[in-house]
Design a protein around this ligand. Structure first.
Ligand code: HEC
Ligand code: HEC
Ligand code: HEC
Ligand code: HEC
Ligand code: HEC
Length: 420
């Protein structure tokens, strides 16, 4: 999330927006009682989740003496020796990359011991207490952070599944719960229905009501958008779309097939009348369980243009419609909000003089998943990204490499019905 900008600006001693930090830190300081068997009896998912996701997360403490080194390990590869499928899926997911160069690059410039400032970011990006420690250790070395510390592994399995060396998870697929007689590795697990609840994801994908907002709208509002949608009424949770069949994939705006599954795109054939071409391109949010897109970071560009014999757009004929929530890089204001609520539609009505060189009319929808960050990293580099410079350059390259074409079609302009 863009609080990134604020941190950096605070460091540079320029524009300061401390409100967000106070909120982030306040959220860390409230400490509900830790999860225990008692709090699970007659489970209330809301109460369970409040305790489960308290920030900062408490340290696991000492591992039970009878645990093997493998059972006591917190790194995902260790879990993966037994949970092969989950580990494979997770390794390809953005949750595994939640401490990518864009984030690490910014952390390099924070004081090594300022744990509160680290928490403002890692409470969502790498929340284990053991990760907070490994981050402090890495920053204290005073060199760019290269090594494979636990913090670099982002949202590890234990973030969602382990508290005090006790594993938590859903019931088995057949609904059965484990018993001590099963004699399972890591002493089995505590079953909680909260794992199938959308509120499980809200702890990082939804701001609290008094958190940072622009133009009266929270910067992160995914859970509330979902709750107001028909998907909540139909019982289609975040997990049902983002973890189909319990797979640990979490695909979203960076994945073409996922985005395609969330929208319906339609075009109308070009008509040529009195020397002008007219046509229509529409994008309907038909299957995204929240706004399309939900965050301020992506930008979707729908465009229609006339193309010459080489298939390229002819200058001056292109019309575009941007879908997204555009905000200033310093988060001081909202510039436009054209995101599509569930079941809402964007429509580009094209009408332009017919260019004499035009052969076809092109329709295209492009996705720039990290558009906000591209601008943000550029301005960071222009101001000087300090010790994080190399990482921020990498993050900028990654943000540009993530662009893809979601939809492309072309229709003849000269032959057939369109001819004047
Ligand atoms: C030595 C092998 C082994 C290791 C290492 C291991 N597990 Fe397990 N885990 C199992 C077995 C076996 C089960 C029981 C599966 C069953 O009986 O349905 C299990 C069950 C689970 C469950 C509950 C599955 C369900 O159906 O709800 C979760 C969650 C889980 N493990 C997470 C983890 C995490 C996270 C780690 C690493 C911190 C880990 N495990 C490490 C073997 C292992
Ligand atoms: C501990 C915090 C945390 C929790 C809990 C969490 N997420 Fe995330 N999620 C993140 C962060 C941080 C990212 C961004 C990772 C990155 O790109 O650096 C992310 C990324 C994603 C993405 C990828 C978005 C994209 O840009 O393509 C999806 C989808 C997603 N999460 C869904 C979920 C779902 C569903 C749940 C609940 C089962 C969940 N998340 C729980 C923090 C969390
Ligand atoms: C409330 C949870 C939350 C907090 C706190 C948070 N983020 Fe994020 N962050 C997310 C989610 C969710 C995403 C993925 C969606 C997106 O791109 O906005 C993300 C994405 C990012 C990305 C782009 C993906 C990547 O890995 O390069 C960067 C960079 C980032 N955050 C930096 C920060 C920094 C720096 C801080 C601290 C100042 C911070 N975030 C605090 C939830 C959070
Ligand atoms: C963002 C939180 C999150 C992370 C990170 C995460 N899991 Fe899960 N895991 C879940 C949720 C939520 C479910 C239940 C999904 C459902 O019920 O639809 C689950 C289910 C499981 C299950 C039961 C699967 C089944 O098919 O019955 C196992 C085993 C498991 N996780 C292991 C792991 C391992 C191993 C890792 C790391 C490689 C991991 N998880 C990382 C949230 C997470
Ligand atoms: C009906 C299916 C569906 C449901 C339910 C759903 N999503 Fe999504 N989600 C999608 C699709 C499709 C995309 C890709 C399009 C997009 O990015 O908006 C997506 C994208 C995302 C992204 C990428 C970032 C972005 O700006 O769009 C995140 C994060 C995310 N979902 C989290 C969640 C969370 C958290 C929930 C539950 C509160 C949830 N989703 C519920 C279908 C769903």
């Amino acid at each position: 999330m863009p609080p990134s900008r604020l941190t950096v600006w605070r460091q540079a001693g320029r524009l300061v927006l401390p409100a967000l930090f106070l909120v982030a830190l306040a959220a860390c300081s409230e400490a509900p009682p830790p999860v225990s068997k008692a709090s699970l009896a007659g489970e209330d998912a809301a109460a369970f989740l409040k305790a489960y996701w308290q920030r900062p997360l408490p340290a696991q403490g000492p591992a039970p003496a009878h645990f093997s080194p493998l059972e006591a390990a917190l790194d995902p590869a260790s879990c993966g020796t037994c949970h092969v499928q989950q580990y494979q899926d997770w390794s390809g997911a953005l949750h595994a990359k939640a401490m990518g160069p864009g984030l690490l690059g910014q952390l390099q410039n924070m004081p090594a011991e300022d744990r509160d400032e680290h928490q403002a970011c890692i409470r969502c990006h790498a929340p284990l207490a053991e990760q907070a420690d490994s981050l402090v250790a890495a920053l204290s070395r005073g060199k760019p952070d290269k090594g494979g510390g636990l913090h670099q592994q982002g949202m590890v399995c234990a973030t969602c599944h382990m508290r005090g060396y006790q594993v938590f998870g859903p019931a088995r697929r057949d609904g059965m719960v484990p018993t001590p007689a099963d004699k399972l590795p890591h002493d089995g697990w505590q079953v909680s229905a909260a794992f199938a609840d959308s509120r499980f994801c809200a702890s990082c994908h939804q701001f609290e009501p008094d958190d940072f907002a622009l133009n009266g709208k929270l910067l992160e509002n995914t859970y509330a958008e979902w709750q107001a949608s028909r998907y909540a009424k139909e019982g289609k949770t975040c997990q049902s779309c983002h973890m189909p069949d319990r797979r640990h994939l979490w695909r979203g705006i960076h994945d073409r097939d996922t985005v395609r599954s969330g929208v319906t795109i339609a075009v109308s054939a070009p008509r040529i009348e009195s020397g002008a071409v007219s046509a229509m391109l529409s994008v309907l949010n038909s299957g995204t369980g929240h706004f399309f897109p939900t965050y301020v970071t992506p930008r979707i560009v729908a465009e229609v243009f006339q193309a010459g014999a080489n298939g390229r757009a002819i200058a001056g004929t292109r019309v575009e419609y941007v879908i997204g929530r555009q905000v200033a890089l310093d988060l001081s204001r909202e510039i436009a909000d054209t995101r599509l609520a569930p079941d809402a539609e964007a429509r580009l009505d094209y009408r332009r003089p017919l260019d004499p060189k035009a052969r076809t009319l092109g329709y295209r929808v492009r996705v720039e998943p990290d558009n906000f960050y591209t601008g943000f990293y550029r301005s960071l580099l222009a101001d000087g990204a300090g010790r994080g410079e190399k990482l921020i350059r990498q993050a900028l390259a990654d943000s540009l490499a993530s662009h893809f074409v979601l939809f492309e079609e072309s229709r003849p302009l000269r032959d057939g019905a369109g001819k004047p």
